[in-house]
Design a binder for this molecule. Structure first.
Ligand SMILES: Cc1cc2nc3c(=O)[nH]c(=O)nc-3n(C[C@H](O)[C@H](O)[C@H](O)COP(=O)(O)O)c2cc1C
Length: 632
């Protein structure tokens, strides 16, 4: 009965932290069509596809032996595009090696076991997300591998050669679990690893350096592997090929410098052109998300802080009426920001390109890359659109932040019909600034999304009169309250903007209580932290009101800069409440939710291990009674 009531009265406040989405960077070279030589040179420099790895054997000096597979594939498991980019880099490199035939980058989304098991050589770049889980596009492959491992003596990958590069971040407890899993499981399933497993660590922005270090000897060692496994006949064919390549080189005109050939080139078109790309045009991962995102009007923007001396946290509400968008509790919302027009103009001036010109991207017939080439962004587009929407002109935005805060209803149809605010979704965004060096001076600079949102907010517009839209998309996540509010106690740990999903939780409890006044809600304890009580205590009125009305049973508030010399964090308060925390999580079989930055998350997890012991802690995790939404 309760489950049904919960279903009916589920409230979806829809407060989600923002995913700061870095746009796809164009990798296509733009050539021809009236660019000045200087602009072309600048673009060529910028678009140099693959940097050679320092210390690596030059690709031109390598030759694939005749037994080298006629097709090599690169599978990527990626949430935010890095692994895809790495696969493209490797793909481009491999094509430069003499004697290599077909190469292909494959999105794990397209995983088909019967095709997968037939590949003779696969290079994997797979990221770990969702607290040790596979990325969305890798879930199908992950399940297949897991199921195959359960079948004893099954070797479906027999004959497959492979290597894996895992992408992860040591600030997460489950570091690179998916990379490790692929590496081990494929061997177990009959595959043969022919180059060492590598790992990239996003903590301290080291992923790319780790990747470069890992791939230093990749091609050399792969070629050596095949070379030494040749039959006599294959050896002879390899020698013959080598000789004919030498002959070609001798005959080649030394004065002809080979131009870099990009897989895609840009052509300017008339402004009034009605050209459309083929319906079958494929796009890179980040662009696919951009294309499916919708322009949704802003309803209001509200400041959440009491005092702006130390920063700003804005709440943006989007009007979902007639948008076709819907969402579940604490869903995940992505916002695509734009570069400021002044930066776009400056950039275009430097490159000497007319921002009003329209262009299309098309396959370069001179490129050696065969098969369908993924476009980095949709065209036709004007230069202004390309610079404004698809390139981050503010430099590094910082770590991309993904917040998945959803509630998994047992019955989706019930849930979707029971939203309190089905036509409105709200997000909270803390505007961040990084210190950068410009001409030797330390300057504070805002990231792309912060600057974008701030500029809109500063205009103080009446959004009911002025329609301003943002490009967004919404996605489900794993954050979920227990369905039995009257039996299962919860602990919520969410300092800063980490409190946002818990506002949604509290709203649900409030609605439930209003509908069933006699209902006794089980204990819910909230740990919130910020710098000062009257400065950055976001949602202060709401939280104190819920506490007052016993929608939640307890608030534990930690202020880290309230008075000189006494710093208090949520971790400290948890230690003070040790007995309560242990009781809720053991005797009372309650749930604990962590939301916020990874450093805080790791410290809280260590405290829990200390309180409960390793075994009970692991059980809590495997029972999904410990739910984490952390970001770097
Ligand atoms: C929300 C979020 C959750 C993450 N969870 C993990 C994790 O549990 N373990 C890990 O090793 N790395 C984790 N990472 C780090 C990513 O794996 C890393 O940033 C990687 O380079 C992303 O690759 P991609 O851009 O191809 O998705 C996480 C990153 C984000 C944004």
């Amino acid at each position: 009965m309760i489950a049904i009531i919960v279903g009916v009265f589920l409230v979806c406040l829809g407060l989600a932290l923002i995913l700061i989405k870095k746009k796809a960077k164009p990798q296509a070279g733009i050539s021809g069509g009236g660019l000045t030589a200087e602009a072309q040179a600048e673009l060529d420099k910028k678009n140099q596809p693959v940097k050679p790895v320092e210390g690596a054997i030059p690709l031109e000096s390598l030759q694939a032996p005749s037994n080298f597979p006629s097709e090599v594939v690169f599978y990527f498991g990626s949430q935010t595009g890095t692994a895809e980019k790495f696969c493209q880099t490797l793909d481009e490199e491999l094509q430069k090696i003499k004697g290599v035939q077909t190469t292909r980058v494959i999105d794990f989304e397209e995983f088909k076991p019967e095709v997968f098991t037939k590949h003779p050589l696969i290079i994997f770049c797979v990221a770990t997300h969702y607290e040790g889980d596979p990325c969305d596009n890798t879930k199908k492959a992950f399940r297949w591998i897991r199921d195959q491992r359960k079948i004893k003596d099954e070797k479906p990958c027999q004959g497959m050669k492979y290597t894996v590069f895992g992408l992860g971040d040591t600030s997460y407890e489950q570091y690179n679990t998916i990379g490790k899993l692929f590496n081990e499981a494929l061997e177990e399933l009959g595959g043969e690893r022919i180059y060492r497993y590598g790992e990239g660590n996003a903590e301290g922005n080291k992923t790319e350096d780790d990747f470069n270090e890992w791939r230093k000897y990749l091609w050399k060692e792969l070629m050596e592997y095949y070379d030494k496994n040749q039959t006599q006949e294959e050896k002879q064919i390899t020698l013959d090929r080598k000789q004919s390549i030498v002959n070609e080189e001798v005959l080649a005109d030394p004065n002809v410098v080979k131009e870099v050939q990009y897989p895609l080139v840009a052509d300017y078109i008339e402004e009034e052109s009605t050209f459309e790309q083929d319906a079958g045009t494929q796009y890179e991962m980040a662009s696919k998300q951009f294309i499916t995102a919708k322009d949704i009007p802003i309803k209001y923007i509200k400041q959440l802080r009491q005092n702006l001396d130390e920063g700003s946290t804005l709440e943006i509400s989007y009007d979902l009426n007639d948008s076709g968008l819907s969402y579940k509790t604490a869903a995940n919302l992505a916002l695509f920001p734009q570069n400021d027009i002044s930066d776009v103009v400056l950039c275009a001036e430097r490159l000497k390109i007319d921002i009003n010109k329209k262009f299309i991207l098309k396959t370069n017939p001179n490129s050696s890359k065969k098969g369908s080439i993924k476009h980095p962004f949709p065209t036709p587009a004007t230069v202004q659109q390309a610079l404004q929407d698809y390139i981050d002109l503010k430099g590094k935005v910082g770590k991309k932040t993904l917040k998945d805060l959803s509630n998994h209803a047992t019955d989706t149809s019930e849930k979707e019909n029971s939203l309190k605010y089905p036509n409105e979704v709200r997000i909270a965004i803390s505007l961040t600034e990084d210190e950068v060096q410009i001409d030797g001076q330390k300057v504070k600079k805002m990231g792309l999304t912060s600057a974008y949102v701030k500029k809109i907010a500063e205009q103080n517009l009446d959004f009911s009169q002025t329609r301003i839209t943002n490009k967004i998309f919404i996605k489900d996540s794993l954050f979920k309250q227990p369905s039995d509010y009257s039996a299962i106690p919860i602990i919520m740990v969410g300092p800063g903007t980490g409190v946002v999903p818990f506002i949604g939780f509290m709203e649900e409890r409030d609605m439930l209580k209003k509908a069933n006044p006699d209902m006794i809600l089980e204990k819910a304890q909230l740990y919130f932290g910020c710098r000062k009580n009257n400065s950055d205590f976001i949602y202060k009125d709401e939280i104190l009101d819920y506490k007052e009305r016993q929608i939640i049973s307890d608030t534990q508030l930690a202020f880290s800069r309230e008075s000189v010399g006494s710093r208090c964090y949520v971790q400290d308060l948890m230690k003070q409440n040790k007995d309560h925390v242990i009781k809720v999580l053991t005797e009372d079989k309650g749930n604990i939710y962590l939301c916020g930055n990874t450093k805080m998350g790791l410290e809280v997890q260590n405290i829990l291990k200390e309180f409960l012991g390793e075994e009970t802690y692991k059980k809590l995790e495997s029972d999904k009674r410990l739910v984490k939404e952390l970001w770097g």
